[in-house]
Write a protein of this length. Structure first.
Length: 358
């Protein structure tokens, strides 16, 4: 009953807003007209009763109306002037400016919206600067290594033997992988990647992904001691998804798990039926140090890394998991870091047939 009374009171208060001069600019302007007319009427009545000339009364009425209008106009224009100054500062690149007036009317709502817009622009500008800095750093590392190898060959310090060429090839592949990741993120931002879904058998599909991962050992990364295992139950399991995008997801998760595995570790890829028909639940489990709970959302951000990577371990470019989340989001699914007694357990859940986004 108390809740109903509170709700009724809120509806009545909201219905009175158009006539509340503190909460509506329209009501404030209406009050200005009413007050001006009332003052003029009062002065005319006084003039008639006191035998004062009407022109004197008219002068006083005009002066009083101008004073009241000036007071109200200042209250309405001052917030707009403040927003104008803040907008000019933002045009010069100062996204830290905010409007500070406290009002309950439409101008107050406009100021709050302006502040939210300024905060979004500031975050976007900060993200852009971080992106440029991170991309520059990630590109500089393989380019510098490749240049050093080639300079040693040209100067005669090293011979152009197969081992030296393999070192140069690894840096080239690393550079090419980073560029491919950036292209994927560009397609993500522009929304130009449609889904081409089909039904396929999960076991041979994942077996082929693991085969490619085994073949890439020693090229994309130097880990050749990590064992890859596959567990699909039931073996005849089928799924409905975009095979190419799902390949990106699984390949990136495997690559990330291999990089963080201990010596002679094991990475297990598991597949189970999803909750919906033709749905799929994938897991990639490693035996590494795992991801601390505060970092579990951060690792899916662009160039996001866990604390271990920031501390000096090789965390890769920080783009693989962002691309994996993007591909899963395209399917309307979910990717997360699940609880695990050992290592890191990545879980991907894809919806069933008929529940994929258009």
């Amino acid at each position: 009953m108390a809740k109903e009374r509170t709700s009724l009171r809120g509806r009545i208060w909201a219905s009175l807003r158009p006539v509340d001069p503190y909460r509506s600019v329209k009501a404030a302007l209406g009050a200005l007209v009413i007050v001006s007319v009332a003052i003029t009427t009062f002065l005319i009545i006084v003039a008639v009763n006191a035998a004062i000339e009407l022109r004197v009364i008219a002068v006083f009425a005009v002066i009083a109306s101008l004073l009241i209008t000036q007071f109200v106009a200042h209250g309405l224009v001052a917030p707009l002037d403040e927003m104008t100054q803040a907008a000019r500062a933002m045009a010069r690149g100062d996204y830290g400016r905010r409007v500070l007036f406290d009002r309950r009317d439409e101008l107050g709502e406009l100021g709050a919206t302006f502040n939210r817009m300024a905060a979004d622009l500031e975050a976007a500008d900060r993200h852009r600067k971080e992106l440029v800095a991170n991309v520059s750093h990630e590109l500089r590392t393989p380019i510098a290594a490749l240049r050093a190898v080639l300079e040693n060959v040209v100067d005669g310090v090293s011979r152009a033997d197969p081992e030296t060429m393999r070192t140069a090839l690894r840096q080239t592949e690393r550079l090419g992988g980073l560029v491919e990741h950036l292209l994927d993120l560009s397609r993500l931002d522009h929304g130009v990647v449609p889904l081409h879904t089909r039904r396929f058998e999960v076991w041979p599909y994942l077996a082929n992904v693991l085969k490619e991962a085994n073949m890439s050992k020693g090229q994309g990364h130097s880990r050749t001691d990590v064992h890859l295992a596959l567990d699909v139950s039931p073996p005849e399991l089928t799924a409905h998804a975009d095979a190419e995008r799902l390949h990106q997801v699984v390949a990136n998760l495997i690559d990330n798990a291999v990089k963080h595995s201990p010596p002679h570790g094991r990475v297990t890829v598991s597949a189970r039926p999803g909750a919906q028909p033709d749905g799929l639940e994938l897991e990639v489990q490693d035996e590494g140090p795992g991801i601390p709970e505060p970092d579990r959302d951060r690792v899916f951000e662009r160039f996001g890394r866990a604390a271990a990577a920031d501390a000096g371990q090789d965390g890769g470019t920080g783009l693989g998991l962002a691309i994996a989340r993007w591909a899963v989001d395209l399917h309307g699914g979910r990717i997360r870091v699940a609880e695990s007694t050992r290592g890191c357990r990545m879980v991907v859940t894809l919806p069933g047939l008929g529940r994929l986004p258009d």
